[in-house]
Each structure stands twice: as C-alpha cells, then as structure tokens.
Design a protein around this ligand. Structure first.
Ligand code: SF4
Length: 401
C-alpha cells in the first residue's frame, strides 16, 4: 500500500474527518490501496448500519420526456414532435400511482422534462391530484432543475415555491441535476443552465423548510477524482448546516445514447471504470461518515449484480423497486425497469445482509430476516408503455416552441 493512503486511513481509524485534498487521493486509488479503502468503508457501514440493507417499494413516474434544456449527457429528452415523445395526463399519473399503491408502493418518484410552455403551477397540480386520492403516498418529486424552472415561471422565490409544493403534498425532493458541482464540468454537461450555486441554494431552501432531499453525483464522463472531492465537500458542508440529506446515490454515466459521448469521439469516457465505481462508493462512505449515513447503490445504472457487489464497499441501501425506470433506459442502459421486492430481498440476502423494506424517510416498515415478500410479476410485462401521447397534449403544449 502507498504511504499516502495508509496515512489517511490511519487518521480515519482515529476518527478524524477526511479533508477534500485527502479525498482526491482516495478517489484515485487502485490495487491494494483501493482494496484497503473498501474494507475501511465496509467497516464504517457495519458500525453505522449494522447488517441491515434497505430498499423502498416505489414507482417512477416520468410525466414527460419533452424537454428543451439540451443537457449534453441526456439520452432521455425529446422534442415535442419526436417519435417517442410522451406526455402523461393528470389522470394517467394518478392511475399509475394507484397501480403502485396496489403493488405495495409507499412512494412515487415523479420527475419530468422541462417544456418551456409548461406553466409552473403544473407541479402543484400533480401533487394535488395524487394526494386527493392517495393521501398516505409519499411523493418524492421534482429535481432542483424543475424547482428552478417552476419558481422562475411563477415568479416566486425558491423557498416560497417549495413551501407551496409542500403544502400541496410534496414529501421530499430528489437531489438529482447535481451532476458534478463544478462550474467547468457543468458548462460541458448542462451549459451551466442550473449553476452549482443555484443547485445549492435550492437544496438549502428545501432543507430549511423541512423538506429532505437525496444527494447524487453523476460521474464517469469528463470528470475525475478532484471534481468528485469538490462535489462531496459541498454536500458535506450543506449537511453539516442542515442535516437534510437522506442519502447519497452515486449515478454512473450511461454513455450509449448520450450526445455528450457520441458527439465528442475520444474526449468523453464511456462511464466509470470498475475501480472508479468501487472508489466512488467506498470513499464517499468514508468522506461523509458521521454526516450522511446512507449510501445507496443504483441498480439501474450498474445492473443488479454489480450493484450487489457495492454492498461490500460501504453501501447500505439498494434503492427503489421503481416499476418504470425510464431515464437510464432511454440513455441505453439495459438493466430493466423493475427489481421487485421479492428480488431485492434475494439479492441483499445473497450478499450476507438482512433485507428490510423502508419508507422514504428510512423508517423500517418490515424486516425480512426469515421470510420473503410475496412474489410479483414485473409490472411492465402486463402494461404497454405509452407510445403516443401527442394527441393528449394539453392546450399549453400544443403550440410549437
Ligand atoms: S437532464 Fe433533464 S433537464 Fe437536462 S435535457 Fe435531460 S430531461 Fe431535460
């Protein structure tokens, strides 16, 4: 092992916090260094979370993929007239939430593209429509990008806009659209439309109102260890002030149908390497220790088998069953749309942990030490995906942009 990594891990063993500069060293580790880092991360995971690994039964509802923001990494967005453009009516969204509830979901995760003609009030309409019929359903919805857009459209401050959504039934926000919190990298990924400062401001506003969020990082494109350390340092600083992050979810870049990759041959990496995936989860566990205690692996990005391996590298959560994963799929990921609760339990148990179902706030709903959840057929096998919602477009979306 290298002297530098040994020294840092010795300090971790003494209970000292890892600095941003030290995190840069750890994120770039390989070989014996990386193995030792993973072991330390696994030890911290065991100390904080015990043997239990959680998952949430939820459903993704992407109400539209029509978006004109032009993020270069995105394989999900469509123009209004594109084949495959989707728009779900409020009735369809509510119907999907009902189906999710019937399959045991406690959460719906709702995000959509950003259509320049969509009114900012549409977000509250979605919440009110679901809550009117399913008052107990946790609604985890709207990325900081959507909050930025909705607040601008309604001419409200971020705090007032989020407060209004909270009163309409919003439970928590996905901390997506963070990508990498570094101005230069963001310029390449999103043309810096939602700047680091604005992302942080929106997240802090949500936490200040008692609306928790997740934290994410999207890595493996034009970034590296230094950017990851900068990103994590900002997340840790926010958490020290607000305590509002429920978990970190590292999201590896899926390159297949991403313009960022296809339009820049040789300049953009095709997602993180195996070592980088290990380092991202393990070092983040160590760096955020004592601040963010839940590190989640993303089966949609890594596939269930690789995601399972992360349970030995600092991860204590397997995320959601999702039922309709479509963002990674649109970018070319082939890891399916759903991992059922039954499958979650088998995957977690096979890795030597005790599975439990939780809600969005990490409250334990049921532990599966000696029994299994009921088997379910994946939802997608009995439900066709919407192919043409153009005829259902509301008035405000019918005009050309
Ligand atoms: S990442 Fe989101 S905001 Fe950016 S283009 Fe894709 S759908 Fe639109």
């Amino acid at each position: 092992m290298s002297h530098a990594v040994t020294k840092i891990l010795d300090r971790v063993a003494e209970g000292r916090e890892v600095s941003q500069a030290e995190a840069t060293v750890l994120y770039g580790a390989k070989g014996a260094d990386l193995k030792a880092i993973c072991n330390v991360a696994d030890g911290l995971r065991r100390k904080v979370n015990g043997d239990r690994v959680g998952f949430v039964v939820n459903r993704n509802i992407n109400f539209t993929n029509i978006c004109y923001m032009g993020c270069t990494f995105c394989g999900f967005a469509k123009r209004r007239e594109d084949e495959g453009a989707e728009w779900l009516t409020l009735d369809t969204i509510v119907e999907r939430a009902h189906e999710a509830a019937a399959r045991g979901a406690t959460e719906v995760c709702i995000q959509g593209g950003i259509h320049p003609k969509m009114p900012g009030t549409y977000y509250r309409d979605i919440l009110l429509a679901i809550k009117a019929e399913l008052p107990d359903m946790d609604i985890h919805a709207f990325s900081p990008f959507e909050i930025w857009y909705g607040a601008a459209k309604t001419k409200m401050s971020y705090a007032d806009f989020i407060q209004d959504l909270k009163e309409c039934g919003l439970g928590s926000l996905p901390g997506t659209a963070a990508e990498i919190l570094d101005t230069e990298v963001r310029k390449l990924l999103t043309k810096d439309k939602l700047s680091t400062e604005k992302w942080v401001e929106i997240i802090r506003a949500a936490h200040g109102l008692g609306v928790p969020t997740t934290a994410t990082i999207m890595y493996g494109h034009v970034d590296g260890p230094e950017h990851w350390a900068t990103h994590m340092a900002q997340l840790r600083d926010i958490q020290k002030d607000t305590g509002g992050f429920t978990e970190l979810v590292p999201l590896s870049f899926v390159h297949y149908d991403s313009p960022l990759y296809t339009n820049n041959p040789g300049k953009v990496r095709p997602g993180p390497t195996v070592d980088e995936v290990d380092a991202m989860h393990a070092v983040s566990r160590i760096f955020l220790h004592g601040q963010i205690d839940n590190i989640q692996t993303s089966w949609t990005k890594l596939g269930p088998e690789r995601a399972q391996r992360m349970l030995a590298k600092g991860v204590n959560d397997f995320g959601g069953t999702l039922m309709n994963e479509s963002i990674s799929r649109a970018a070319g990921s082939e890891h399916g749309q759903e991992v059922t609760a039954f499958e979650m339990v088998q995957i977690i148990r096979a890795a030597g942990h005790v599975p439990y179902q939780r809600n969005t706030r990490y409250e334990v709903l049921e532990e599966f030490a000696n029994h299994d959840p009921a088997r379910q057929e994946p939802l997608v096998e009995r439900q066709a995906e919407p192919l043409d919602f153009m005829t259902d477009l509301p008035e405000f979306l019918r005009e050309a942009v």
